[in-house]
Design a protein around this ligand. Structure first.
Ligand SMILES: [Zn+2]
Length: 323
């Protein structure tokens, strides 16, 4: 049995660094704002600092065996390179694995954050015990990860699982990826906020602005709060997003015939308001055999899924058990 893994989830706004036990427990964690504005070197410096901090807090315990890095974007897992990252736009072809490994003197492993979260939910969260599981995270964007026969499926280049960028509506709204009509552009938190803002700008009355922090900037959270209070526009916006989410889930269910689809992310915290109607769409649109097999459930690990899963990935790679 190995020692703890130092696991880091590098996002556009925050860096979460943690010591994770071989049993997938988060022993300790530190969260900081990402130093990305100061460039790539500043982020690497930040990682070293957080690693030292965690090591000092746990002096006397065995030092971590390895460092696991979870980053959003197109990760070339064979070369350990972040090719592009939507949250860190200045990162292009960054050989993060090698740099961090030599800087910290530890073996390093690099994985896409949503793939990591999928592995986390499969090994230690909602997906425990399943063989075929798909993970979907719905927040400002939509990401995903695929587990087939108990193993993480990463594709030819490590880029598999981009569920959020399946095209649902040809010619639909512009997506952050540059394409249009992606699931992310129709059912993410960003899409929900945009849809509500557009309808309000057209003159439809709504109580949504009352639920915003500044009385004007509409967020998915404000839409959800207004919907809970019975606001008709908010309910319409969420029900539309749920229809698209259901269509995306039906595609996933038809393609992978999974036992379970685990849905996480901030927007999924709306719970049944979003997932209930989405499940109905899956029953209507997916093939009956697959629709019957697929439980659509909420994620269990919350914001820890990425660090737990990245640690699992590193530990399994070290054992030579390619997952
Ligand atoms: Zn897209």
């Amino acid at each position: 049995m190995g020692q703890a893994i130092l696991s880091v989830d590098i996002g556009g706004t925050k860096v979460l660094a943690a010591l994770v036990s071989p049993q997938g427990e988060v022993i300790d964690r530190v969260i900081e704002r990402t130093a990305s504005l100061d460039g790539f070197d500043a982020v690497v410096e930040q990682l070293s600092k957080l690693a030292r901090l965690l090591a000092e807090r746990h002096r006397g315990h065995a030092a971590p065996d390895a460092i696991a890095l979870a980053v959003a974007g197109a990760i070339d897992v064979t070369r350990g390179v972040v090719t592009t990252s939507p949250n860190l736009p200045e990162w292009k072809e960054v050989p993060l694995r090698g740099i961090v490994s030599s800087r910290l003197g530890l073996p390093a492993y690099l994985i896409n954050d949503a793939s990591a979260a999928a592995l986390g939910e499969h090994r230690h969260g909602a997906g425990v015990g399943t063989n075929h599981m798909v993970f979907m995270t719905v927040s400002t964007g939509i990401g995903g990860g695929i587990v087939i026969d108990g193993k993480l499926y990463q594709g030819a280049s490590g880029a598999a699982g981009e569920i959020g960028h399946m095209v649902i509506e040809v010619g639909g709204p512009l997506c952050g990826c540059g394409n249009s009509g992606c699931l992310e552009a129709l059912a993410s938190g960003t899409a929900i906020a945009r849809d509500a803002s557009e309808r309000i700008a057209l003159g439809t009355f709504s109580s949504i602005p009352k639920f915003t922090r500044d009385g004007a900037t509409i967020t998915a959270e404000a839409v959800a709060m207004a919907a809970k209070q019975g606001d008709p526009l908010a309910n319409e916006v969420i029900s539309r997003a749920a229809q698209y989410l259901g269509a995306g889930l039906a595609n996933v269910v038809n393609i992978f015939n999974p036992e379970m689809v685990v849905v996480g992310g901030g927007v999924a915290q709306m719970g049944e308001m979003l997932l209930g109607p989405a499940r109905v769409v899956v029953q209507e649109k997916a093939f009956a055999l697959s629709a019957r097999a697929a439980k659509i459930v909420r994620a269990r690990l919350g914001g820890d899924a990425g660090i737990v899963g990245a640690a699992v990935y590193a530990a399994e790679e070290m054992k030579g058990n390619k997952s």
